[in-house]
Ligand binder design. Structure first.
Ligand code: NAP
Length: 260
């Protein structure tokens, strides 16, 4: 049975299969719920099976949780071949260790390269090699940090900037090979509304010697997972013939804007 919070309000994505990495919590969970509520059949991949199961119980029919480590190239290849999604959202990401540069180790500094970037690389490559069907869309979660930097988060900003490049390179390959697959990178602004964002916000507030509320006041209105989910669903609904879709978008609580 579906919870009253999640109802299939519109059906513009009806008949589409969507796959969301990191769907167990945070943005990914909200993206999965939004795509589902717009009519898509959604497959959510993450390591935490209990959280995926709780989402399945909330949404009901049309959602399937698959437990897996999305960094694994084999997992990417197997799942993409099995489900051939028309919508692929590469959202999974590790929470960076919040330490200044001199207190990082190479292992902590490179964590987001090994998780976020490696997974986007593997899944994007599979999307091109399969290839996904014409008209498919692949949305990768980069970060505002890719532009602003993130001095307390090790290699996070660089890893996220590379995700934007991978998405852009893939868009070029799609065009060159006439695959008609759209590749888009999203750069959300920091928000305390998820585990990852809450940890980062608390660390940056402490570093500045201000309380969390003061630190976050400069980002108001704060971005919510619900807004991220709706933006993703809307981008998936834009028909290529209707409107040119941009390569990258900045996302904040105030809305979405194309990055030229
Ligand atoms: N929140 C922000 O302020 C913010 C701002 C800019 C960009 N972003 C980006 O947005 C994305 C989502 O962030 P979030 O804030 O929603 O983070 P979150 O609440 O910590 O969720 C992260 C998700 O990634 C999954 N994940 C991590 N490693 C995985 C792995 N090896 N295999 C499978 N799944 C894995 C987690 O699932 P399991 O643990 O169950 O595997 C979880 O579902 C990330 O890429 C993040 O960098 C976030």
């Amino acid at each position: 049975m579906s919870s009253p919070e999640f109802t299939q309000s519109t059906a513009l994505l009806k008949g589409k299969t969507a796959l969301v990495t990191g769907a167990s919590r945070g943005f990914g969970r909200a993206i999965a719920a939004a795509l589902w509520s717009h009519g898509a059949s959604v497959i959510g991949v993450a390591r935490n099976g209990e959280q995926l199961e709780s989402l399945r119980l909330e949404l009901g029919e049309g959602f399937l949780g698959v437990v897996g480590n999305v960094c694994d190239a084999e997992v990417a290849s197997t799942i993409i071949h099995q489900y051939c999604p028309e919508i692929l959202v590469l959202n999974a990401g590790a929470t960076p260790r919040a330490l200044p540069l001199q207190d990082q180790t190479w292992a902590s500094f490179s964590q987001n390269w090994n998780v976020d970037t490696q997974h986007v690389f593997n899944w994007t490559k599979e999307a091109l090699r399969l290839p996904l069907a014409p008209g498919s869309v692949v949305i990768a979660l980069s970060s505002g940090a890719a532009i602003m930097g993130s001095p307390l988060s090790g290699g996070y900003a660089g890893a996220k900037a590379t995700i934007r490049f991978i998405s852009q390179y893939a868009a070029g390959e799609s065009k060159r090979e006439d695959l008609a697959i759209r590749f888009v990178a999203l750069l959300p602004q920091i928000t305390s509304a998820t585990d990852l964002g809450a940890a980062g916000s608390a660390a940056y507030a402490e570093r500045e010697g201000v309380d969390l509320k003061t630190f976050l006041s400069r980002f108001e209105p704060l971005l919510t997972p619900k807004v991220v989910g709706e933006v993703v669903a809307t981008l998936c609904e834009i028909d290529e013939e209707d409107r040119e879709i941009a390569l990258a978008y900045m996302l904040s609580g105030a809305g979405v804007r194309e990055i030229p």
